[in-house]
Design a binder for this molecule. Sequence first.
Ligand SMILES: [Zn+2]
Length: 219
Amino acid sequence: MRNFVFIGSPGSGKGTHADLMSERLGILHISTGDLYRDEMALGTPLGLAAKKLLDQGLLGTDEMTEQLLRRRLEKPDANHGFILDGFPRTLPQTEILSRILQERGQKLTAAIFLKVPDVSVIERLSGRLICTHCQKTYHLKYNPPKQAGICDECGGKLHRRADDNPETIKQRLKVFHAQTGPILDYYRGERLLVEVDADAELPVVSRNLEQAVRAFLGL
Ligand SMILES: [Zn+2]
């Protein structure tokens, strides 16, 4: 059983790489963002409480995320391990995760950090376009749609998310660095940190990631 945590700034592609690695290793990809979305779609008490917070521009509380995560790990498809994406984001959340794992008699295999310089993040995110209909993402420069402003898949209108403008991205990065610095130090101290150069095209990063993990596991 192998359990991984993915750490990366907005626009680092960590969701995509967590997905690819989960397919490759045959272990579950758990995105806490998805757990929240499912819960809200189901309209459960927790989902409704979370929606209230999100509508005010706040995030779900650590207690909520812990509850969602614990519930998800109870399901049989989590028995082979997991790749966790979106959690932990803060040092207290790191402690929550180690407590959950300890109680389950498990350990973290590695914390994978996808490193992308801020300038690249700003370029990636400020060029990002999202389909209003099917949510497929494009990039003005790296992955443009065939017809400007129109989704290749469904013909939907493409738009730029309100928080994907350079000023907001810089602010998001500031928060990311402030919160993530201590997490990286923590996992480095535990000898669990695997740093991956993620400032490249997707297939290159995918290869860097696989090599770094193999080297870390001694394979
Ligand atoms: Zn679309």
